[in-house]
Design a protein around this ligand. Structure first.
Ligand code: NBP
Length: 469
């Protein structure tokens, strides 16, 4: 028996993705160093055409030639280690697909190294967590297009579908797949941070109970904000702790961990010169959360306003919050996608922005109803530099932004920091400004460093002595 495809790394993502492939009728071979994971995969895969082993040679030998093999191992050194183990066993024309969250620079390096050996390679972002991998993820492949065409039928079969359209498409050349997945994760960080800030306003300003917050998020998920993250947030409020009987959410420490993809997005944006403030603030908020001992100390010394008992109309306040979060969410996507637009220009990925919005509509963590309008915006203009310039999206944000202003005023008055929502508003206000105050920065730079400045009324560069006579 020869197998259509092989997968190395039967961990959370790998095991589920390979079972998904097997469910769709493809003969599937799995490898894992630890034989217990192989046994678990074979047990779950009973009744399907599956093979599993901890012997790399046996794994390679059962895959149909030219071979296609997906890696789902921890990003970093493990990917290089596995490639080194595979190299003596495989042949020119074989294809290695890295489905983990690898850094795009590593993907570019591996692509070149393997190309020199005649091995096809591409980076592929997979989003949707465990259940996405099992029942339909969003898949972001990029790199070697011909190689992608070879596995396209498998990837289209296993991906999520929205209105019958598969949530997978070729993203572009080089490390485009991993780049798009990285930005996806950055947007995910920003939306999660804005949900946290929305939760803070709900409980501390409006005084909602967990049940009321559940109801609010559940209702939001029925409307314009329908999205995976809003949906799971609604569920989170209901879970009861079996140890104390309290709501489990109230028992969870407020220190948010990270695996680094949000940080990579911010780092890459800084290198590109793209403003990415909502994602930056989400990464910084996770860092700040980890200073819990210092925060505890500071909470005893530093003072600020305490939230006041809420006397207004709770339903109206929740509606304002809905609109404020709606604006924030759009700005998070707009910043991430503006980054993709610039990265595309710099790297020449040949990104199809309509495809990016289309394949994010289902399967992935940032899937949301909002992406339908974004898809339409890029369908009308693939070169759109910023979603806020699209008349439909920009018009909606302009109509709803007063709610964000009001919510932020309440948060400030209550002494609640809402950095991602706050920076979303600042971005909106500065982006729509044709006269920023940064003329004064140019004046200062020319004052202390003779860095020169340009004038608004005539071309050329100028230098002046700014010291008072
Ligand atoms: P897991 O920790 O569940 O699995 C990691 C797998 O990598 C295991 O099968 C492990 O084998 C294997 N592995 C490692 Br680590 N080092 C290896 C080596 N040197 N040689 C061979 N195999 C090795 O991770 P996961 O959550 O499935 O994540 C896999 C990739 O997918 C990561 O890049 C992750 O960032 C990405 N991702 C994860 C999610 C998610 O929701 N979890 C979502 C999207 C993307 P062993 O059993 O022998 O140790």
């Amino acid at each position: 028996q020869q197998y259509d495809i092989g997968l190395i790394g039967l961990g959370v993502m790998g095991r589920n993705l390979l079972l998904n492939i097997a469910d769709h009728g493809f003969a599937s071979a799995g490898f894992n160093r630890d034989p217990s994971k192989v046994a678990a995969f074979l047990e779950e895969g009973k009744g399907r055409t599956v093979f599993g082993t901890s012997d790399m040679k046996a794994f390679v030998e059962v895959i149909k030639k030219p071979r296609a093999m997906i890696l789902l191992v921890q990003a970093g050194a493990a990917v290089d280690a596995v490639i080194q183990q595979l190299l003596p066993l495989i042949e020119p024309g074989d294809l290695i697909i890295d489905g983990g969250n690898s850094h795009f620079n590593d993907t570019n390096r591996r692509f070149e190294e393997l190309k020199a050996k005649g091995i096809h390679f591409f980076g592929m972002g997979v989003s949707g967590g465990e259940s996405g991998a099992r029942y339909g993820p969003s898949i972001m492949p990029g790199g070697d297009r011909q190689a992608y065409e070879r596995v396209k039928p498998i990837l289209e079969a296993i991906s999520a579908k929205v209105n019958g359209e598969p949530c997978v498409d070729y993203m572009g050349t080089g490390a485009a797949g991993h780049y798009v997945k990285m930005v996806h994760n950055g947007i995910e960080y920003a939306i999660m941070q804005m949900i946290a800030e929305t939760y803070d306003v709900m409980r501390q300003v409006i005084g909602l109970t967990n049940d009321e917050m559940h109801a609010a998020f559940k209702a939001w998920n029925q409307g314009e904000l329908a999205s995976f993250l809003v949906e799971i947030t609604a569920d989170v409020f209901l879970k009861v702790d079996d140890k104390t009987g309290n709501r489990l959410l109230d028992m969870v420490r407020d220190v948010a961990r990270q695996k680094g993809t949000g940080k990579w997005t911010s780092q890459a944006a800084l290198d590109l010169g793209v403003p990415l403030s909502t994602i930056d603030s989400a990464v910084a908020s996770r860092y700040l959360s980890s200073y819990d001992a210092e925060r505890s100390e500071a909470s005893k010394i530093l003072t600020g306003p305490s939230p006041m008992p809420f006397t207004g109309d709770k339903q109206a306040a929740v509606q304002l919050l809905h609109d404020a979060f709606h604006v924030g969410m759009i700005v998070a996507y707009a910043q991430g996608m503006a980054m993709l637009h610039q990265a595309d220009k710099a790297a020449g990925f040949g990104l199809n922005m309509e495809a990016v919005a289309r394949i994010w509509r289902g399967g992935c963590i940032i899937r949301s109803k909002l992406l339908e309008d974004m898809r339409k915006a890029y369908s009308a203009n693939n070169g759109l530099p910023n979603l806020l310039l699209d008349p439909t999206i920009g018009g909606l944000v302009s109509r709803k932004v007063p709610a964000l202003r009001t919510i932020l005023k309440h948060a400030i008055d209550a002494g609640i920091g809402a950095p991602a929502l706050g920076t979303a508003l600042a971005y909106f206000d500065n982006y729509r400004s044709n006269r920023l105050p940064l003329n004064i920065i140019q004046a200062q730079r020319d004052y202390f460093g003779a860095h020169t400045y340009e004038r608004i009324d005539m071309p050329g560069t100028f230098h002046s002595s700014w010291t008072p006579e």
